[in-house]
Design a protein around this ligand. Structure first.
Ligand code: NI
Length: 152
C-alpha cells in the first residue's frame, strides 16, 4: 500500500505555487506539521483550502452535510419529546439520528444532516436553545462535491 506522501504526490493535476509567509509563522507551521505527522506542507494547505470552501458553501446556503452532536439531561422534563418534535419538523434534512443512553443522567444524540445550509442552521439553533443541553456541537462539512472538484 502506498504511503500518505506517495498517494498525495500521485494526485493528478497538482499545481505548484509559491507562498510568502512571515518567517516566525512558517516556523510554527512547520513544527505543527511535524507534531501532527503531516507528510508535507501541501497536505495541510489543501485541508485548509477545503475547510475554507466548505465554510463558504455554508454561508452561501448551498447543499451541505454535517453532524449535530448533543449531550443532554435525561431527567429534564419533556426535553426528549421536544427534541423529537423539532427533528420531525426537519425530517427532510435529517438522514439519520442516533440516541445513546450515556449514563443514568445523560443522553447523547447524533443527528446526521444533509440539505440547504440555512435550513440546517435553523434546525441547529432550535435544538441549541432548549434548556437542559449540556453540550452542543455542529460539524459542518460538504457532500463531497466541492472536495471532489478541488482534489481531482
Ligand atoms: Ni437516553
Amino acid at each position: 500500500m502506498l504511503s500518505f506522501k506517495e498517494q498525495f504526490e500521485l494526485m493528478p493535476n497538482l499545481k505548484r505555487f509559491s507562498v510568502a509567509v512571515p518567517e516566525k509563522l512558517l516556523e510554527k507551521f512547520d513544527s505543527y506539521i511535524q507534531k501532527e505527522g503531516y507528510p508535507n506542507r501541501s497536505k495541510v494547505i489543501v485541508d485548509l483550502i477545503n475547510k475554507t470552501l466548505i465554510r463558504d458553501s455554508w454561508h452561501k446556503k448551498e447543499e451541505v452535510a454535517g453532524t449535530i452532536v448533543l449531550v443532554f439531561d435525561h431527567h429534564k422534563h419533556n426535553l426528549s419529546r421536544k427534541l423529537t418534535e423539532i427533528q420531525h419538523d426537519f425530517y427532510e434534512i435529517i438522514i439519520s439520528s442516533q440516541h445513546i443512553h450515556f449514563s443514568h443522567d445523560s443522553c447523547m444524540e447524533i443527528i446526521i444532516v444533509k440539505g440547504q445550509a440555512d435550513k440546517i442552521l435553523t434546525l441547529a439553533s432550535k435544538i441549541r436553545r432548549e434548556k437542559g443541553i449540556f453540550h452542543f456541537e455542529i460539524v459542518m462539512t460538504g457532500t463531497g462535491d466541492i472536495l471532489h472538484q478541488t482534489n481531482h
